[in-house]
Design a protein around this ligand. Structure first.
Ligand code: COA
Length: 334
């Protein structure tokens, strides 16, 4: 197979500030024990000054470009999956373009919530079918800490900030993206939504001030029906994985590693059980970073890659789910 997307470099950036569950106990009525048992999250990263979404995205991009041996000027296209760009216009992708000096690329954002990175990869793959020599930078980057309501314990404990990136080009061998399927269902939007809050109402806070509650954005912009989201996530991701494997004529035993969107360790365990994949084959970062929406998958991919967990020829599954609802699955040979 030729011309389909092959990942040739990965990178990630995590904010320096670590916010632990113990610190959250001082901000909302919660406990380390509750958060750990219900979500698996022990800490998350929180962006500070100089760690805006586009700045983190650019840092992740530079690492991915270095690994790929591609210069920024060689890039043809930049796609950023994000729901927390610092501006509505220009796109985060254009700010990244400026930041890294990718003047020959065209750049745009994809809004698909936590599924943003998989959506971006699918778009890149379609371009590469017609133009396999293109070099494309894909990023997932989020600053959710600037948008969540830090007085709502139902949601603020879940999210974190960060960015992950990869460089893709057309595959010249049997490695690369083999199959994918994206979905969305706008009828269910009210189960998970984030208002379009003007930035002036919700500034990126200097998080050295934690636990000063008053310095957080307190707009009730984030709406979530947690139990319903949980059920849909397991069901839709499970169906998507099973349908894709069936369509491609492979079994779950052929999968070497699943790298899913990191929402909740219990969602990931239920998903693994549902599709009969041993949990050792599910890569997780949720314990350290919480749910960083579109950034979570490319951050996990980069960590797995740099740890040497991905061997050439491995069969990988990406599985995503997010607000919209949006969801999808990607099968690729590393
Ligand atoms: N600390 C302590 N108690 C909390 C709490 C917190 N941070 N958040 C909620 N609670 C309370 C609730 O108020 C509720 O109390 P009540 O019984 O007195 O009303 C109780 O804990 C149980 O809440 P419940 O909603 O039943 O918990 P849950 O087992 O469903 O877990 C989530 C809640 C949010 C962790 C879980 O539903 C979930 O992860 N859903 C998916 C969310 C998600 O992944 N979103 C992003 C998708 S991309």
């Amino acid at each position: 197979m030729t011309g389909r997307a092959k990942i040739i470099g990965t990178g990630s950036y995590l904010p320096k500030r670590i916010l632990t569950n113990k610190e959250l106990e001082k901000i909302v009525e919660t406990s380390d024990e509750w958060i750990t048992t219900r979500t698996g999250i022990r800490s998350r990263r929180i962006a500070g000054a100089g760690e805006e979404t586009s700045k983190m995205a650019a840092q992740a991009a530079i690492k991915a470009l270095t690994m790929a041996g591609v210069t920024a000027r060689e890039l043809d296209m930049i796609i950023v999956g994000t729901i927390t760009a610092e501006m509505v216009m220009p796109s985060c992708a254009c700010l990244v373009q400026k930041e890294i000096g990718a003047e020959n690329a065209f750049a745009f954002d994809v809004s698909a919530a936590c599924s943003g990175f998989a959506y971006a990869l699918e778009i890149a793959d379609r371009y590469l079918k017609n133009a396999p020599d293109m070099k494309i930078l894909l990023i997932g980057a989020e600053t959710l800490s600037a948008r969540v309501n830090w007085q709502d314990r139902n949601t603020c404990i879940l999210f974190g900030d960060g960015a992950g990136a990869c460089v893709v080009t057309g595959s010249k061998d049997e490695n690369g993206l083999l199959a994918s399927q994206l979905y969305s269902d706008g009828r269910l939007w009210q189960l998970l939504s984030l208002d379009a809050v003007p930035r002036r109402y919700c500034p990126v806070v200097d998080y050295k001030t934690i636990p000063d509650r008053d310095s957080f954005c307190d707009g009730s912009a984030f709406n979530m029906v947690g139990k319903d989201v949980f059920k849909h996530a397991v069901r839709e991701m499970g169906d998507a994985v099973e349908n894709l494997l069936k369509r491609e004529g492979i079994t779950v035993d052929d999968i070497d590693l699943m790298i899913p969107h990191q929402a909740n360790i219990r969602i990931l365990k239920s998903l693994a059980e549902r599709v009969n994949l041993p949990f050792e084959k599910v890569y997780t970062t949720i314990q350290k970073y919480g749910n960083s929406s579109a950034a979570s998958l490319p951050i996990a991919l980069d960590e797995a890659n740099r740890e040497g967990r991905l061997q050439k020829g491995d069969l990988l599954l990406f599985s995503v789910f997010g607000g919209g609802f949006t969801w999808g699955v990607v099968l690729l040979r590393w």
